[in-house]
Design a protein around this ligand. Structure first.
Ligand code: SAM
Length: 158
């Protein structure tokens, strides 16, 4: 567990931030607080229109939020923004959906960037997709257990 603290070395490069899956905006708010601390932006993608979340945000967070109303795979394939420092994945949770998100977005993550996979608990589709996608790739993976679980993946390749 302790080696996970080495991730903190790359904290300053964890920008910009991209979130897949907004729903009620719980993760959005926390990621926006991180974006503020890093003086950066959060791009959030959801297939449903979640733009009303902005109404609940204080101005200093709202100004840092860009909502993209799209299927996340299409949004990843069309991404023309800068390389991503932190990618938080919490959208389509089935095996094929998670694999498709990783395939579409992983090339846009910068070296030393972090991919955080929510709901990555034992025997879940998310865990299976993470295991299959990252097999043979130059990454470090920490899995934080628990009911919902989270896999934190650091990309070591460019
Ligand atoms: C588990 S919820 C996200 C929860 C959110 N991260 C939070 O903490 O409040 C999953 C979200 O992913 C969205 N979603 C599902 N499939 C998607 C897809 N193919 N593209 C984009 N968003 C998708 C759903 O509309 C839903 O809002």
């Amino acid at each position: 567990m302790l080696p996970c603290f080495t991730f903190l070395q790359s904290t300053k490069s964890l920008k910009p931030l991209v979130e897949i899956g907004v729903e009620v905006g719980y993760s959005t708010k926390h990621l926006l607080l991180a974006a503020k601390a890093l003086d950066s932006k959060l791009y959030s993608v959801d297939i449903l229109d979640r733009s009303n979340i902005a109404n609940k945000l204080p101005r200093e967070l709202k100004d840092r939020w860009i909502f993209i109303n799209s299927d996340s795979v299409k949004a990843g394939e069309n991404w023309k923004g800068e390389k991503i420092g932190l990618l938080f994945v919490d959208g389509n949770h089935d095996y094929k959906g998670v694999l498709a998100d990783l395939k579409a977005w992983y090339p846009h993550v910068k070296a030393n960037g972090i991919i955080a996979m929510h709901d990555c608990h034992y025997d879940s589709d998310v865990m299976k997709a993470v295991t299959d996608f990252f097999k043979g790739r130059n990454v470090e993976i920490f899995v934080i257990g628990g009911v919902l679980g989270m896999a934190i993946v650091r990309k070591l390749e460019t």
